[in-house]
Design a binder for this molecule. Structure first.
Ligand SMILES: Cc1cc2nc3c(=O)[nH]c(=O)nc-3n(C[C@H](O)[C@H](O)[C@H](O)COP(=O)(O)O)c2cc1C
Length: 365
């Protein structure tokens, strides 16, 4: 099968993965209306290209948090990447480094944060953090991430409890017996341990998340760590404004790949009002439903400084391990670069809000 776009990787991966893993990766919350809309909402937006501009020096580079990246596309944190391929998190992290982009490691990874750091020293790595009821567990994980060279902490705020994913319930989803959530193994993590195959993420570990979390805990975290704190899961300008007031360094507009609140807005729908509210004073990024260069272009036009790929990376990993992820990143990078040329943008700063409109714009004229 010739694989030339990200949807090809989804089709190919779907033919490889067993039902348990495929449903876990693919599924969303409830009736999966947001899951569908996360992707479809991009198709309701129109790109307004500009022409007769000098394109001899086109590039997709971007700078944020003091670093330069080859493209404004990174890898979102997703749990249990070894379920896709034995190369798992290490393969994906090395691929991100080769592509010149950010890799965010999930707390619920099947490779320890130290092993990922050691195997991918040249990759810009951020660590996604869940805050546990047992604060000592959280503190130990933060110190480990700092020591291992992670450059930012990405706190996921949209999963105080787990969304209802019906296929996982029907499949009685568990961490497969040959895998472990390695950040909780080895070093004793004060009682938060995951027994492979016996107590899966859904029944055990998630019950350890701190459901009493509030903005006070974000204040605590910012004091506690020397790393920049980024909040992932913002969906309203109200929470974005609070994030700014509490001093976080950036936000990721996200609905957790539509795995939490069904009928929450598609992230590309939520993005414009959030970037209008805080985009000129803090770093706004986003994820959700990005499958091609034109999705990235639309998100950048509507105020995101960087976007992240979730499932598409899992499909790349399934199909070809590290090489599969490299290919996925190369395809979307080339696609974005080409589109920028077609639209008269020599760099990402030239992708302006007026270049993307809702389809209804043309019917109001
Ligand atoms: C299988 C899977 C596991 C995920 N695990 C995590 C996780 O551990 N932590 C987290 O913050 N987000 C997690 N997410 C959400 C992603 O980081 C991201 O928000 C989402 O996948 C982006 O949407 P996309 O898959 O349409 O690209 C997960 C998503 C999927 C599909």
């Amino acid at each position: 099968m010739s694989l030339i776009c990200l949807n090809d990787y989804e089709r190919a991966a779907s033919a490889i993965l067993d039902k348990l893993a495929l449903d876990y990766y693919k599924g969303g919350a409830g009736d999966e209306l947001t899951l569908k809309n996360n992707v479809e909402a991009y198709s309701r937006l129109r790109i307004r290209p500009r022409f007769l501009r000098d394109l001899t020096e086109t590039n997709t580079r971007c700078s944020l948090l003091g670093n330069e990246y080859k493209m404004p596309i990174g890898i979102a944190p997703s749990a249990m990447q070894k379920m896709a391929h034995p190369e798992g998190e290490i393969g994906a992290a090395i691929a991100a480094g080769k592509a010149g982009c950010v890799y965010i490691l999930s707390t619920l990874s099947t490779t320890s944060l130290e092993d990922v750091a050691e195997a991918a020293p040249d990759t810009h790595k951020w660590f996604q953090l869940y805050i546990f009821k047992n604060r000592a567990v959280t503190e130990s994980m933060i110190r480990r991430a700092e020591k291992a060279g992670y450059e930012a902490l990405v706190v996921t705020i949209d999963a105080p409890v787990r969304g209802t994913r019906r296929s996982d319930i029907k499949n009685n989803f568990r961490v497969p017996p040959h895998l472990k959530l390695e950040n909780f193994c080895g070093e004793l993590c004060n009682g938060v341990r995951c027994q492979p195959g016996v107590a899966g993420v859904n029944h055990f570990l998630i019950s350890k998340f701190d459901t009493s979390l509030t903005w006070k805990d974000i204040d605590w975290l910012i004091e506690f760590t020397k790393l920049p704190v980024i909040l992932k899961g913002i969906l309203t300008p109200e929470d974005a404004q609070l994030a700014y007031e509490h001093g976080v360094r950036g936000i990721i507009v996200s609905n957790h790949g539509a795995r939490q609140v069904d009928t929450a807005p598609a992230t590309i729908e939520a993005l414009p009002e959030i970037s209008r509210a805080v985009g000129d004073k803090m770093l706004v990024m986003m994820d959700g439903g990005i499958r091609a260069g034109n999705d990235v272009f639309k998100a950048l036009a509507l105020g995101a400084k960087m976007v992240f790929l979730g499932r598409s990376v899992l499909w790349g990993l399934t199909v070809g391990g590290q090489k599969g992820v490299e290919d996925v990143l190369e395809i979307i990078h080339t696609d974005l670069e080409l589109l920028m040329g077609l639209c008269g943008c020599v760099n990402v700063k030239e992708i302006k809000p007026q270049m993307v409109v809702h389809e209804s714009y043309y019917w109001k004229l």
